[in-house]
Every structure is written in structure tokens, then in C-alpha cells.
Write a protein that binds this ligand. Structure first.
Ligand code: ADP
Ligand code: MG
Length: 368
């Protein structure tokens, strides 16, 4: 898929901007704090329904304004898809797809798929499991929109059980309703676990191949989804989760929260059998993230039969020559937006159309 045009108004420091993109590589340069990441963030919000930097829409709206609007024209194999997103400081996001109002945020999924690679992605290998779960959830939600709905329902059921645990603790009543939420959590959670399990299997193969190439065969990176059961059978997973919830009741009551389930799972990255998080060097961790992102890109392309867009925020210029080459090779047919401080220094192989733009105080200008 290819973004033809993006229009934003009152989004962060972008009062009003209209950008036409090249189907190849787009390089947006500019000094710090000019709005480069803001522009990229506007596209990312259209991909996933939320910012990678904040979950509060109010932060995305230009200071002093009430509403921000993002509109994107995306060219697919089956024609143009129009996304209109209205963000308000109070209330929910307003979504329109091809001019028709969407009832649920999930209807946004799939109209613009994106892979984002930013400096914070190092947290994927360095920090706790929440970062890796988010990576899996965001990727799967874009590839399989139904996954997003199951995830939302699971999170609602989880919030209900947690609220109930606190009520029981405080008021000593309500325990008879616990099984209702546990049955729901088990059914929904099992679907998440099965999807993640299958996805991790495919991802691991891709990651191993890509990482092998990046390191000239010196390192073997593998992935494993760590959850409470190794089973891939939804019915078995549901049973395992239900039992774990029942067994954990006393403990959860004391904690006032649910301590078992897919919201606690992890994705373990290992290099030669050792956990990258604990044992990987800085360089190995960086390369592992790049492998993960390139694998995500390849899988999204395979599973949706259309390449997503690639958003590279301040990372391209940080890569060494061999990793840059590898990245350039991998993004052959992929529309890419690169942000950097000095656009003129971005050397490309010359075979693809490159569009240079500059960001100055929230205004997009032509040229490097
Ligand atoms: N809601 C907002 N309204 C107006 N300006 C904002 C808002 N949020 C962030 N900014 C401004 O955006 C700028 C940072 O933009 P950013 O895209 O992160 O810069 P960079 O070009 O370094 O990537 C800062 O000057 C910040 O004050
Ligand atoms: Mg930035």
C-alpha cells in the first residue's frame, strides 16, 4: 500500500500541513523539535488507532485547540482508501472510512498498515514483557482486525474481574460473580494465546533467517512465546487458563488484581540459547531489534499480500553501513518515510524515487 497524501490540522505543532508522498522513499529532515516525529506520528495513529508516544489524545491536539484532524489517502491494490480521523480533547476518536462514519475504532485496522522503527524500540529487548506484548498485539491487530476486537473484549473482562476482586476484598461480597468473568477471560484469553503462539512461530523463523543474514551467520536469534501452556489447541488453552484463574483466586484476592493470563505473557528472545535481555551486548540488542522489525515487515507483507508502509524515526542515520545496506535491500517495494537531522547525508542506491522534504517549525517545505 502507498500513502498518496496526508493532511493534518491542529495536530501537535502542525497547525496545517498537506504532504504528497513518493511511493518510494521519503526523507524528512530538520533540526530538533521542528515536528518531524509529529508528522510520522500522525500516520502511525492512522495505522493503529493510537500514538506510539502517548495514550492520551489530548496531548496530540495543538495547544489551545479543541480538535485535531488527520486525513490520509492510501492506494491499495483495490483502489484508494480514505481515512479521516478526528481527535478531541474530550470524548472518543471519530473515524471515517471512505466518508462513512465507523462505529468502532477497530474498523480502522487494515486500511493503513505500518511498521514503525524508532529509538525507543530498543526497549523491546531491554525492558519488561509489556513492550513485547504490545509489539505482538499491534502487529496482529493490523494483520487480523478480529484479533483487535478480542483483545479489547479481553481487556474489558479483565478490568471487570479486577474491579470485582477489589469489591470482594473491601465489602466481602460478590464472590459468586467471579466464575462468570473467569469463563469469559478464559474463552477470550485462549484465542489471544493461540494467535500469539502461531504468530510467534512464524516470526521466529523469519527473525532467525534475517538475523543470520545481518550477522553473516555468526548469530542465531530465536523467539519463544512464554505463556501458561505450551498447547496450541484453543480448547486446551481455555481449560488451562480457566484452571489457572480458579486456582489463583485466593492469591488474586489478596493482590486485588489478576496475576495470570495472556496479559502477563512474554516473548523471549534468545541468542545462541541465551536471553538477549540479560546477556546481549548493546550491539547485539540493537541488531536484534532491527531483525525483529524487518521480520514484522516481511510477515505483514506475506499475510496481507500488500506491503505496509515503513516509518523510520531517527534510526537510519544511526545504523552502520552493512545494516543500512541490509535495510535498503529489505525495503525494496516498501514505501518508506525516514526522518533525520541532515537529509543530504542520506545516501540511497539511486534506483528508487526519493522525495526530500524539510520540516521547519511545523511547516513542511520542499528540499533537503
Ligand atoms: N500538543 C502540542 N501542541 C503544540 N506543540 C506541540 C504539541 N506536542 C508537542 N509539541 C511540540 O512539538 C515539538 C516536537 O516535535 P517533534 O516532532 O517531536 O520534533 P522532531 O522534529 O525533533 O522530531 C516540540 O517543539 C513540542 O513543543
Ligand atoms: Mg523526532
Amino acid at each position: 500500500m502507498v500513502v498518496k497524501e496526508l493532511t493534518v490540522s491542529q495536530f501537535r505543532n502542525l497547525e496545517r500541513a498537506r504532504v504528497e508522498f513518493s511511493p518510494g522513499i521519503n526523507i524528512l529532515s530538520g533540526a530538533n523539535a521542528q515536528g518531524k516525529t509529529n508528522l510520522l506520528e500522525a500516520l502511525y495513529v492512522c495505522c493503529t488507532g493510537r500514538s506510539h508516544r502517548t495514550h492520551r489524545d489530548a496531548e496530540l491536539i495543538r495547544y489551545g485547540e479543541k480538535e485535531a484532524v488527520i486525513s490520509v489517502q492510501v492506494e491499495h491494490q483495490d483502489g484508494i482508501h480514505l481515512i479521516d480521523l478526528g481527535l478531541s480533547s474530550q470524548g472518543r476518536k471519530r473515524v471515517r472510512i471512505n466518508h462513512s462514519p465507523a462505529r468502532r475504532l477497530g474498523e480502522l485496522m487494515g486500511h493503513l498498515n505500518g511498521v514503525l522503527f524508532s529509538p525507543e524500540d530498543l526497549y523491546l529487548v531491554k525492558e519488561g514483557p509489556a513492550w513485547r506484548r504490545r509489539f505482538v498485539d499491534i502487529t496482529l491487530s493490523q494483520i487480523k482486525p478480529p484479533y483487535f476486537y478480542v483483545l479489547q473484549q479481553y481487556q474489558q473482562a479483565l478490568a471487570q474481574r479486577n474491579a470485582l476482586l477489589k469489591t470482594i476484598l473491601r465489602e466481602g461480597k460478590g464472590a459468586e460473580t467471579l466464575p462468570v468473568w473467569e469463563a469469559q477471560l478464559a474463552a477470550l484469553g485462549a484465542r489471544l494465546m493461540a494467535e500469539r503462539q502461531a504468530f510467534t512461530g512464524i516470526l521466529s523463523q523469519r527473525v532467525t533467517a534475517i538475523h543470520g543474514e545481518l550477522t553473516q551467520g555468526r548469530e542465531s536469534l530465536t523467539l519463544r512465546y512464554a505463556t501458561l501452556s505450551e498447547s496450541r489447541e484453543p480448547a486446551e488453552l481455555e481449560q488451562a487458563l480457566l484452571q489457572a484463574l480458579e486456582r489463583g483466586r485466593e492469591r488474586d484476592l489478596r493482590a486485588g488484581t489478576t496475576l495470570t493470563g495472556p496479559h502477563r505473557d512474554d516473548l523471549i528472545l534468545s541468542l545462541g540459547g541465551r536471553d538477549v535481555r540479560s546477556y546481549g551486548s548493546q550491539g547485539q540488542q540493537r541488531t536484534s531489534v532491527l531483525s525483529l522489525k524487518l521480520a514484522e515487515l516481511a510477515i505483514m507483507t506475506d499475510m496481507t499480500r500488500e506491503a505496509p508502509i515503513l516509518l523510520l524515526d531517527d534510526v537510519f542515520s544511526e545504523l552502520d553501513t552493512s545494516r543500512r545496506r541490509m535495510l535498503e535491500r529489505s525495503i525494496g517495494g516498501v514505501q518508506t518515510l525516514i526522518t533525520c537531522v541532515d537529509g543530504e547525508r542520506m545516501l540511497m542506491d539511486g534506483s528508487r524515487s526519493v522525495r526530500f522534504m524539510r520540516m521547519e517549525a511545523g511547516r513542511v517545505l520542499p528540499g533537503a
